[in-house]
Design a protein. Structure first.
Length: 112
């Protein structure tokens, strides 16, 4: 019973953090709770093409694309690889930090 309550609390914290992160990026916050649509919104936040969503249905490839997607999201909020690792390993800590912290979404495209 206590384990279920702790698990539910962690899920609520992650959803709240993702909700605020999506809103900061100009996307609907409720989109974080809709499967597949949330991946599509994350590709929009990361400024990646929509076909990346298809890659999440391929085993093992989805892991690589998830890491790249989290890295791009971290970059869009002005963070580096350390924050990316945090998003991957501790999303219940780092998504609320991103959503409720003072980080701002930077949608400008870098000159290459």
């Amino acid at each position: 019973m206590i384990g279920s309550i702790i698990y539910l609390a962690i899920v609520v914290i992650v959803i709240a953090g993702m909700w605020k992160t999506f809103e900061k990026a100009g996307q609907p916050g409720w989109g974080c709770i809709i499967p597949i649509y949330n991946i599509y919104l994350m590709t929009k936040i990361a400024a990646k093409p929509a076909w990346w969503v298809i890659m999440f249905f391929i085993p093992l490839v989805n892991i690589v694309f998830a890491i790249m997607l989290y890295n791009e999201i971290a970059k869009k909020f002005g963070q580096g690889i350390g924050f990316t690792i945090g998003l991957i390993l501790l999303p219940f800590v780092f998504f609320p930090i991103l959503g409720f912290g003072d980080y701002t979404y930077q949608n400008e495209v870098a000159a290459q």
